[in-house]
Design a protein around this ligand. Structure first.
Ligand code: C2O
Ligand code: CU
Length: 490
């Protein structure tokens, strides 16, 4: 049991969760208006399945229609466009994939080929990044590799589903606005022998900053607080609904798989489950060799978790999002917001044990090289913040060049107060466990949270050749310079 203490969280007011200190090279945050701020060489891969068992139905998202009769090829159409979103009695100007917010589910079996015919019906350029999938470099949506898709134009993304797991997709151009306005969708790559759960659910957790009187989203990157901490929402969203509206039903004795992703621009989320038991069975890189239990599940932006939920009694089960909130006496208390509610009907059944596929132990690889990645920031004379990686704002030159197959220890050093969810494209890594909520996260990862004024170490497996983005997934930080690329040479 991982037993964490949430005593140290802090806040700056309203529905907001912020890192504690603002020391370091960037100044303090003023309050700003509405909602404010605030095994040996390679990783083993699940082998390809026989053709073609129907894919498990995933609750919570509409699956894209596979137009290709070949059992090993998934071929879909996806279009991004402006979208009028009906929210709290307002028509909110958003963007959507295929008119759905969040976007539709892309699913395939591990080993399948995926073809996505993408059309950009937005009034601005965009790309799609398949977050967490280790695919070919040209298909990764990096706007420095792929010319962004211009308004009215199309692009065909073709890639292989190399690993089974839970992933997500989103744009990589003007991301802090495009993702915030709704361009985000779920990806499930099913195992060749998927465990037989009663129900599989995909849960996309987000937040949005909205003027409750008008339904207008405030201008992007217009406040110091947003530059400092990223854009914190004043409304929590679950699968595109106000989070307290997402509800489901089940029966006592059933066992489910929930796939969770945090797609917020800036908010780390911490969950607990009331009324049922759960354990963690998967992370960014798919199912874990050893499932584990934990009292709190911290999900940094971009990270995924697969949890197994067992209904051992009837009643209301709630997944609660714990939001640190300032009280009048200057203290911080955790306010619980429902992220998903399940009404569990009574039955005589007890939860059964669901057989999980055997997952290879994580690779124990010798470290070839250790590098430092310094996450910091600077403020100009007007008080605007630029965020840096190894001293560079939006570095043009490559951060590092590694050989394919090398194992790199990266010391991620956060030299300032705000936290940074660091994301590496195209590769997996493991986190060196320091017995903290941010680091006691087993399994293959592509995103790790580096708290303010601290160092987190990861062991990255540079197995996928190409030039890969390495950046902060607080999308405002990335927009303000915390963006770099590294190269993995053949
Ligand atoms: Cu999910 Cu480069 O991002
Ligand atoms: Cu950051």
């Amino acid at each position: 049991m991982r037993d964490f203490d949430l005593g140290k969280l802090c806040v700056v007011g309203g529905l907001l969760l912020l890192a504690c200190s603002d020391n370091g090279s960037v100044g303090a945050v003023p309050d700003t208006g509405i909602g404010t701020n605030q095994p040996d060489a390679t990783i083993e891969v699940d082998s390809a399945p026989e053709p073609s068992t129907p894919l498990a139905k995933v609750w919570g998202a509409t699956a894209l229609e596979d137009m290709n009769p070949d059992a090993k090829i998934v071929e879909v159409n996806l279009a991004a466009a402006n979208y009028d979103w009906d929210f709290e009695g307002h028509t909110v100007k958003m963007f959507a994939y295929n008119g759905q917010l969040p976007g539709p589910l892309l699913q395939a079996n591990v080993g399948d080929k995926i073809i996505v015919h993408f059309t950009n019906n937005l009034e601005e350029p965009t790309t799609i990044h398949w977050h967490g999938m280790r695919i070919d470099n040209e298909m990764d949506g990096n706007p420095r590799v792929q010319d962004p898709v211009q308004p009215g134009e199309t692009f065909t993304y073709t890639f292989d589903a190399v690993e089974a797991g839970s992933f997500w997709y989103h744009p990589h151009v003007n991301s802090h606005e495009q993702v915030d306005r709704g361009l985000q969708g779920s990806i499930v790559i099913h195992e060749s022998q998927p465990p037989a759960y009663d129900t599989e659910r995909f849960l996309i957790f987000d937040d949005i900053l909205i003027d409750p009187a008008t339904g207008i989203l405030p201008g992007f990157l217009k406040s110091h607080g947003e530059e400092m901490h990223g854009r914190f929402g004043n409304r929590l969203l679950s699968n595109g609904l106000s989070s307290d509206k997402l509800a489901a039903t089940a029966q006592k004795g059933e066992v489910e798989r929930w796939r969770i992703v945090n797609t917020a621009n800036a908010r780390t989320m911490t969950f607990k489950l009331d009324g049922a038991t759960f354990r963690v069975i998967g992370s960014d890189g798919g199912l874990l060799p050893q499932p584990y239990t934990t009292n709190y599940l911290q999900v940094a932006i971009g990270q995924r978790y697969d949890i197994e939920v067992s209904y051992d009694k009837a009643g209301t089960v709630k997944l609660l999002n714990l939001i640190p909130t300032a009280t009048n006496d200057g203290k911080v208390k955790l306010v619980e917001y429902s992220a998903l509610k399940v009404e569990v009907a009574d039955s005589t059944n007890e939860p059964r044990e669901v057989q999980l596929p055997v997952v290879a132990e994580l690779p124990a690889r010798e470290i070839d090289q250790t590098v430092d990645v310094e996450l910091s920031g600077q403020t100009d004379a007007q008080g605007h913040i630029a965020w840096t990686i190894n001293g560079k704002v939006n570095a043009e030159e490559f951060l590092f060049t590694f050989k394919k197959g090398s194992t790199i220890k990266m010391r991620l050093k956060n030299l300032a107060g705000p936290e940074h969810p660091f994301h590496l494209h195209g590769q997996f890594f493991t986190i060196v466990d320091q017995k903290t909520m941010e680091t006691s996260q087993p399994g293959l990862k592509d995103t790790v949270l580096v708290p303010g004024m601290s160092t987190v170490e990861i062991i990255a497996f540079m197995d996928n050749p190409g030039r890969w983005m390495a950046h902060c997934h607080i999308l405002e930080h990335a927009a303000l310079g915390m963006m770099s690329e590294l190269v993995v040479e053949e």
